[in-house]
Design a protein around this ligand. Structure first.
Ligand code: ZN
Length: 125
C-alpha cells in the first residue's frame, strides 16, 4: 500500500488506504465517532458534508497534513481518491466520483459542454 498519510502511531494497527483514513475523519466530522474515541457530553461534532469537507480542504491546502488527491464529489458528497477514480470537469469546476460521473467524460463531449456553459455565462453577463 502506497499511502501519503504517514501516521505518527497506528493505535489500532489498521492497514488502511489514504481514502479509508480520510473517510473515517470525514464521518467523524459529520457526527459518527470512531469506536475507540470517547468525548464528554457536549463535545460531539456534527457538521454538514460541505463544512466537514472545508476542514479537510484546509488540512490539505493550508496546513498540508493530508494528501490533496482526496476529493469530495460535488453531487453525492462522498470522498474519492482522484489518483484512482473520479473526474474533475473544468468547465463547471465540479468534482465527480465514479458513481456520479456525468456522461461527458471524453474530451470532445467536455468541449461541447464547455462551449455551452461559456455561451450561457456570456448571456448572463
Ligand atoms: Zn458522487
Amino acid at each position: 500500500m502506497d499511502n501519503e498519510i504517514k501516521l505518527l502511531k497506528n493505535n489500532d494497527k489498521k492497514e488502511w488506504t489514504d481514502l479509508e483514513w480520510m473517510n473515517e475523519f470525514y464521518d467523524f466530522l459529520r457526527g459518527e465517532c470512531p469506536e475507540n474515541i470517547h468525548f464528554g457530553k457536549g463535545h460531539g461534532i456534527k457538521l454538514s458534508p460541505n463544512k466537514a469537507y472545508s476542514i479537510i480542504y484546509y488540512l490539505q491546502e493550508h496546513f498540508p497534513l493530508i494528501p490533496d488527491h482526496i476529493e469530495q464529489c460535488s453531487e453525492c458528497k462522498s470522498l474519492y481518491d482522484s489518483n484512482s477514480s473520479g473526474y474533475h470537469a473544468d468547465f463547471n469546476e465540479k468534482f465527480y466520483c465514479d458513481s456520479c460521473m456525468p456522461p461527458f467524460i471524453d474530451e470532445k463531449d467536455e468541449r461541447i459542454m464547455r462551449k455551452r456553459f461559456e455561451r450561457k455565462q456570456k448571456l448572463n453577463d
